[in-house]
Design a protein around this ligand. Structure first.
Ligand code: 1PR
Length: 531
């Protein structure tokens, strides 16, 4: 059977396409309104924001045929925004009407206690039997969203599952052959692929499979994520390798670039071993423009054919003019990464320069890569990679930057330190601290902070808890703790002692010192929610 994908060109639908192909089906894109009506099965992986999605549906003349298709109860699967647009409207775009198939307004999560967006793996409570969830047990699924629909008068009959994130929200809907999910089945590993397969194979989605129904739904919990990070660069022979530095120095004593494996192979291994996300950092992106030879794009393309958890890519996301005079905006570079299979992009050096401008001007310019990319692809798609280094001072008065009193005094007994942001892979320190960078980037539209620490990188001595607590308490977007993991206890420590939503590690996984499954087992033992 052929599956029709409603892609209006707003983001990464490559992963949905890859997942469908992996399950043995062919996919074609809807290119005209008539293609929607001709579809055997239609998948709508909405990407971007509610307003832009509805605007594009109108622009392409898709609204009328889509409504006709849905009202005729033909097989439909909406994903993420593809669920939200079925409702009457959204707080994300006040005054913009949704498709109105389901009663209710989509609203933003309240930010009082939890980070928004919700990013990560959460459970579902099944409210009624459904063919879509046949065979599903208690796995977690991948969510990434700031807005959610809730049960209200008039929409109860649609509710298939609910999930808790500070409040209970609708995580999937189904009536007859029309279904939609807030989670991403194409990014939810084997559990998500099984749900997608149910949709693709079902002749009648309304025919419920045998299934136990949670009559007394329990609260679901977001898992703490474990992320495997692959620092990638060319070695001296020009081969792209996964490398790993000690405090960012990736060369062996003999001078050659440390080689820990091939990027696609390692990513696949980590996916199979249970990594919740994979991050690629193109660590020489600041000098080797990524659009030039494009090996990183190929790495992403090949990885996204085999790896069905979220992929982040960083390195070289900034504007650039090549030797022929061709100009690329940062948005062009990001778009290429998204098209190649990235779910999120990560900005390092450019973010520091942008934050400096923002702090100097005291206002947004609208022109920065952070603002432009988040406006098109959503905040959740923009990660800021922070590369800070400790600077010790005797007293907070010695610097205008934000200091902390540290338990680990400096070489001359200094009791205070601040975290200096660097650019170009730690090569150049700037007069901006990690807290300022994180809060500025959040204000400009970033959705997540990847918080490295040069002093800790590659040391196996544990995460810098003081740094993580300083940044975590200053922002309401999720923070990924990075640098220094050396044993399983470091992961439970970072989750117990900081509010980090995720922990990232590289060296211990590459050197096979600690398998991802051991990290997860240890966290479960400690009562920490994992996938
Ligand atoms: O500045 O936008 O081009 O992005 C470049 C990206 O490359 C940044 O995200 C920056 O962090 C990264 N990067 C640049 N140089 C290096 C280097 O190592 N020489 N890698 C580098 C940074 C840090 C972590 C690492 C953790 C965990 N790597 O991602 O994986 O510290 O390591 P561990 O578990 O072994 O301790 P731009």
């Amino acid at each position: 059977m052929n599956i029709t994908l409603l892609d209006y060109g707003a983001g990464n639908v490559r992963s949905v396409r890859n997942a469908i192909k992996k399950l043995g089906f062919t996919v074609t894109d809807a290119k005209t309104p008539a293609d929607i009506l001709a579809a055997e099965k239609l998948i709508f992986p909405g990407v971007g924001s509610f307003g832009s999605a509805m605007q594009r549906l109108h622009q392409f003349g898709y609204v009328e045929p889509l409504l006709e298709y849905l009202r005729a109860d033909r097989p439909f699967l909406g994903i993420c925004l593809g669920l939200q647009t079925l409702f009457e409207g959204s707080e994300e775009a006040l005054g913009v009407a949704g498709l109105g198939i389901i009663k209710g307004q989509v609203r933003r999560f309240s930010e009082t206690t939890l980070s928004v967006p919700q990013i990560g793996w959460n459970g579902i409570n099944i409210r009624k039997p459904s063919r879509l969830l046949a065979g599903f047990s208690e796995e977690k699924l991948y969510f990434v969203h700031s807005y959610r629909a809730a049960i209200e008068a008039g929409n109860e009959e649609w509710v298939l599952t609910t999930t808790n994130y500070g409040e209970e929200f609708i995580s999937s809907v189904q009536k007859g052959n029309v279904a939609a999910c807030q989670f991403h089945p194409e990014k939810s590993g084997a559990a998500g692929l099984a749900i997608l397969k149910n949709f693709l194979e079902a002749t009648d989605l309304s025919a419920a499979g045998p299934m136990e129904i949670a009559t007394n739904p329990t609260e679901t919990h977001l898992a703490k994520r474990i992320i495997a990070c692959l620092d990638v660069r060319s070695n001296d022979n020009g081969d792209l390798v996964v490398t790993k530095g000690d405090q960012y120095d990736v060369r062996e004593a003999q001078g050659e670039v440390r080689n820990l494996g091939k990027p696609v192979e390692l990513a696949r291994r980590y996916y199979e071993e249970g990594a919740d996300e994979i991050t690629f950092l193109n660590i020489t992106g600041f000098r080797d423009f990524p659009m030039k030879d494009q090996p990183m794009l190929e790495v992403l393309q090949r990885t996204s054919e085999q790896v069905f958890v979220p992929l982040t890519i960083g390195g070289g996301i900034r504007e650039f003019t090549d030797s022929t005079g061709k100009h690329y905006s940062a948005l062009d570079v990001a778009a290429e990464y998204f098209r190649s299979g990235a779910d999120k992009i990560s900005i390092g050096s450019d973010a520091v320069l942008i934050a400096e401008e923002y702090l100097k001007a005291g206002k947004k310019s609208g022109a920065s890569s952070i603002e432009q990319i988040s406006a098109v692809y959503g905040n959740q798609a923009v990660v800021i990679s922070v590369d800070p280094r400790r600077v010790y001072v005797k007293s907070p008065e010695d610097t205008p930057r934000h200091t902390i009193k540290t338990k680990f005094p400096g070489p001359n007994g200094e009791e205070y330190c601040w975290y200096q942001c660097t650019i170009k892979g730690g090569r150049e320190g700037r007069e901006v601290d990690a807290l300022e960078l994180a809060t500025s980037c959040e204000a400009l539209g970033a959705g997540e902070i990847l918080l490295n620490c040069i002093d800790k990188d590659g040391t196996n001595s544990g995460f810098d808890l003081e740094l993580i607590n300083q940044v975590r308490s200053a922002v309401s977007i999720p923070v990924i703790a990075s640098s220094g993991a050396g044993k399983v206890e470091h992961f439970s420590e970072v989750f117990a002692e900081t509010g980090a939503e995720a922990a990232l590690a590289a060296g211990i996984f590459h050197r096979q010192e600690v398998p991802i499954s051991a990290v997860k087992a240890h966290l479960r033992e400690k009562g920490i929610e994992t996938r």
